[in-house]
Ligand binder design. Structure first.
Ligand code: NDP
Ligand code: GDP
Length: 328
């Protein structure tokens, strides 16, 4: 019998790529999906990867402990990947309480369900480089102190420390991956890379004439989601649970990332880019740069996709999407 994995956030970017990896590894994959009136479109990313029929969707919500307990009883997972979250930093200022309920307390709910129903299972928490916020060291590692700069980052910090605490309190096999920004053609449209690649594709097709961005001096350590979900899986294959930074070790400005996208489409960025002060954030994370040395040493993991390759892949995918939409 193959192992059973329960993935929260299965309808999101990482949920899709992780499900693909787990299916390839022979797992039975169960994905937690919150009920909505648009159930017909919530598996769009799984469909993009051609695996919608292979993932078993189960109703549930990270805010609902009793439902999670029931899910654990029926699924009996061997591995749990907690990817579900209100994951967009900017929205977390508009919805700080919801962000806390899902992104922070949601972790308590799922850890409690696991502790009560399936303490022998292995647990992965999707922690974030946003926890470093106002960075305390030029290159951030597992040892770098945190300084969160948004309600999202504060909520993630709670989830991170609760994961560590449940490991230490109850001996659970609970690991936390501190993942730096990672993107793909399946990235949500509100995040800056996808906003840029979608915008460039629309400009190329003549559908719009400008791209509005906020702080383009911000720097991020961007990798590919497909690479990063492998690190999640590797963490749960270790004998001992632990925390790992997952990053490329290279940081780039939003401006430069944007230039790569425009250049790939054969467009002059300076003609189309508009800076909109409305898009600046109440508090900014100016720069993130991760040190993936521990992941390399202990997991044998390394990023394999460059920023240039990834942005070009994303622009091409967005151009293809527009072509398909026009033909429909
Ligand atoms: P997405 O925003 O693409 O996916 C978030 C997922 O969470 C969606 O499936 C969403 O479901 C689900 N979700 C939201 N609220 C609830 C809820 N109340 N109950 C159950 N599920 C819920 O995120 P990514 O795939 O990009 O990221 C995966 C995880 O990794 C997230 O926790 C994110 O915060 C974290 N992370 C991401 C990084 C990145 O660069 N991508 C970096 C570091 C951490 P629905 O489709 O219904 O909205
Ligand atoms: P984050 O690192 O999780 O907040 O990922 P984002 O992709 O949302 O943002 C990355 C950086 O891009 C942040 O420093 C943002 O301030 C900056 N940025 C500049 N313009 C925009 C924009 O229009 N949208 C988003 N999402 N980010 C922008």
């Amino acid at each position: 019998m193959g192992k059973r994995a329960l993935v929260t956030g299965v309808t999101g970017q990482d949920g899709a790529y992780l499900s693909q990896l787990l299916l390839n590894e022979g797992y039975e994959v169960f994905g937690l999906v919150r009920r909505s009136s648009t159930a017909d479109v919530n598996d769009v990313r799984l469909r993009w990867l051609g695996i919608a029929d292979d993932v078993r969707l189960v109703d549930g919500n990270l805010r609902d402990l009793s439902g999670l307990i029931r899910t654990f009883r029926t699924v009996q997972p061997d591995e749990i990947y907690n990817l579900g979250a209100q994951s967009f930093v900017k929205s977390s200022w508009q919805q700080p309480i919801l962000t806390g309920e899902v992104t922070a307390i949601g972790v308590a709910n799922i850890l409690e369900a696991m502790r009560l129903e399936r303490p022998e299972a292995r647990f992965y928490q999707a922690s974030s480089s946003e926890m470093y916020g106002l960075i305390q060291e030029p290159m951030q590692s597992e040892e770098t102190p945190f300084y969160p700069r948004s309600p999202y980052a504060v909520a993630k910090l709670y989830g991170h420390w609760l994961t560590v605490n449940y490991r230490e309190s109850y001996g659970l096999h609970a690991s936390s991956g501190i993942l730096f920004n990672h993107e793909s053609p399946l990235r949500g449209i509100e995040f800056v890379t996808r906003k840029v690649t979608d915008g460039v594709a629309r400009i190329k097709r003549g559908q719009v004439s400008e791209l509005r961005l906020g702080n383009i001096d911000a720097k991020r350590d961007w990798g590919h989601s497909k690479d990063y979900v492998r690190a999640m899986w590797l963490m749960l294959q270790q004998d001992e649970p632990d925390d790992y930074v997952v990053a490329t070790g290279r940081t780039t400005t939003v401006r430069e990332m944007c230039r790569i996208a425009f250049e790939h489409a054969g467009l002059d960025m300076d003609r189309y880019l508009v800076i909109d002060p409305e898009l600046f954030r109440p508090a900014e994370v100016d720069v993130l740069l991760g040190n993936p040395a521990k992941a390399k040493e202990k997991l044998g993991w390394e990023a394999t996709t460059t920023l240039e390759e990834m942005i070009r892949e994303m622009v091409d995918a967005d151009l293809r999407r527009l072509t398909l939409a026009a033909a429909a």
